[in-house]
Design a protein around this ligand. Sequence first.
Ligand code: NI
Length: 263
Amino acid sequence: MRLLDSHCHLNMEEFAEDLELILRSAREARVERMLVAGFDEPSSGKALALAKAHPAEGVFAAVGIHPHDAKTCPPGGLPESFQDWAADPRVVAIGETGLDLHYNLSPREVQEESFRRHIALAERVRKPLVVHVRDAYDEAIGILRDEAAGRCTGVIHCFSGEWRHAAEALEMGFFLSFAGPLTFPRAAALREVAARVPEDRLLCETDSPYLAPQPYRGRRNQPAYVAAVYETLAEVRKVPLEILAGQVWRNAERLFGWGDGNV
Ligand code: NI
């Protein structure tokens, strides 16, 4: 059985001290692929550097600017460096990008503009999007429709919306990735949504160092803990863990081009 973490931030300061240990723990937990997502220009460069330094551990990168950091986007476009980075074979997705109207750390219009630029870049390099949405599902789906993102698709990471949002994203060809919140006792509604997602559109992630799943709640999250997300997902979908792991693996291969030949 092989597991994967479709969204983590090993590029953050929190992992600077003990990255080797974290990667070893991931391997021991059978986590054989990890997608490290950038959230601003320096962290995107770091994600790519990690992917290049750790091919044997299955580390891949996504480059993007988080909606919180959208205000760091240069006026008129994404950072120049993104053009080259996006074309790198170790970069398998564009993001994270999206809309966050919960914290509003960047003005809404700036978030929207940045989101649209990421969609355009993803379409140009023909790579999937990694989309972050918080308290903005209707708005984010509206932008995706608007920009015809159905052509490049992608993943809604750490999905937390209602079924109607899931249905719209699925209809546009998007995948839904579930994270630690799926395991929280009060997340019954989210588990019901997760149970209904077609098996060929599911992904699992940690969003480390944030959102540690239930048994580890409150601690620094890490890719090895993704197993807890798989276990909850297998339980709510009433499928054996091994079967779910195979489905998620094939989904990621399809979306990110994570073939064996890529490592
Ligand atoms: Ni993230």
